[in-house]
Design a protein around this ligand. Structure first.
Ligand code: GLY
Length: 401
């Protein structure tokens, strides 16, 4: 049998199996979502070119294409890998490989924590899925450069090198700890895991308010580790709760528990989850406005535009958190409600539309007039991850019943 026919048969078998699994759970919305996901990713992979990734849609309706060192460049390759896992379509894996390898020079990035987002979502997924050693040099260099940004005196990884801050750390940085934990084991670098845990502990202490909402930025004195300022960059005000930041923190502490089994991280994740899930201004459809405090600014005519990316990250995080809970159901139910909303016509693209992005309606940086109410690559990425986690959890619970 030729290689092409074998590939075709394997793909067909995977699609039939995944279709049958969804039929059994009665999740027709999930089946529809998977069909849209597969169609959009296949079209996007054929249309866009490796090294120039679709990030969002400009106000004039054109696509914002980005190359390195844009912080989001890992998400489109990562989405192709997740799309491959969801569908079994080998063609997506081949495209994912090309889009990933086009990011090779990311391994030289030394001036931002975003090296973690870029490399771990692309190369990290590539290696996790294929075990192909071709991905290891970039993973190894990127982790080395991320770790080099850790200052033991301060106890955190420095996020940015922008001159207006002394030693800024953003809550988003929690996401990059996953890369360090992975590298600690896979590349035998235990110091990386120790740095990741110290970063999480310092963040827990200095980023969080008594109600378990998080500041966006904490600026430290690099010589002493003293907190100089608790502030925002993308939120409404220094004291407001920027929605995506809350979701990054929830995801980050949940993932830290996975790697350390330190109960303090689990408790922190549970508190953040409660802040988000029972927030009085969480809309009924469970997709928050870009900042939970935007209602305070309504007199300034700031509309409460929703951010699907925050909801997608939250869904993925809650699904992981549910696996550590004796009473998992409220977390699974909440994530399911988010996923059903995002998979409805209000948020999910019609096949072939939306410039082949999967979701609509995210917000990048509202007060900078940047990426308001647009599709965005990281919303798609975490939506796909959440769909995969949801499928896995449902599959497991079906078998253990
Ligand atoms: N990490 C940047 C953002 O979440 O917009």
């Amino acid at each position: 049998m030729s290689k092409k026919i074998t590939l075709l048969l394997t793909t067909l078998l995977c699609c039939i199996t995944s279709f049958a699994q969804q039929k059994n759970t009665g999740d027709h919305w999930l089946q529809h979502a998977n069909e849209v996901v597969h169609e959009q990713l296949s079209k996007a992979a054929a249309f866009y070119k490796p090294g120039l990734d679709p990030r969002s849609v400009n106000p004039d309706g054109t696509v914002k294409l980005v190359h390195l060192p844009d912080w989001t460049t890992g998400f489109f390759p990562g989405s192709l890998w997740l799309g491959y896992e969801l569908s079994g379509d080998q063609l997506l894996a081949e495209k994912a490989r090309s889009f990933t390898l086009a990011l090779d020079s990311a391994r030289n990035l030394t001036n931002t924590h975003d090296v973690g987002f870029i490399i771990y979502t692309s190369y990290g997924n590539a290696y996790r899925i294929t075990r192909d050693k071709i991905y290891l040099p970039a993973l190894s260099d990127g982790a080395k450069h991320l770790y080099a940004r850790f200052n033991p005196k301060v106890g955190v990884i420095r996020s940015w090198d922008f001159p207006e801050w002394h030693y800024p750390v953003i809550i988003d940085n929690m996401m990059n700890l996953e890369y360090l934990y992975w590298a600690a084991t896979a590349l035998n670098m235990p110091a990386y895991a120790a740095a990741a845990s110290t970063h999480a502990k310092t963040t827990k202490k200095n980023h969080y308010r008594p109600d378990y909402s998080s500041y966006h930025v904490v600026d430290y004195d690099p010589a002493t580790g003293k907190v100089l300022k608790q502030a925002t960059h993308q939120g409404l005000t220094d004291e407001s709760s920027w929605s995506r930041g809350q979701a990054w923190g929830l995801y980050g502490f949940t993932m830290c528990y996975r790697h350390t089994r330190d109960p303090k991280f689990l408790v922190q994740a549970e508190h953040i989850a409660a802040f988000l899930m029972y927030h009085p201004r969480m809309p009924e459809d469970k997709v928050p406005a870009w900042d939970f405090d935007v209602h305070n600014a309504l007199e300034k005519d700031l509309p409460a535009i929703k951010d699907a990316s925050a909801a997608a990250i939250m869904a993925s995080a809650l699904l992981e958190l549910s696996t550590y809970e004796k009473n998992a159901q409220p977390f699974v139910d909440y994530a399911e409600a988010i996923l059903k909303t995002l998979s409805s016509d209000s948020y999910l693209a019609k096949p072939g539309e939306n410039h082949f992005f999967i979701l609509k309606h995210s917000v990048g940086a509202f007060l900078y007039d940047s990426e308001i109410d647009t599709p965005i690559d990281y919303a798609d990425y975490y939506y796909l991850e959440a769909l995969k986690r949801y499928r896995d959890i449902k599959h497991i619970s079906k078998e253990t019943k």
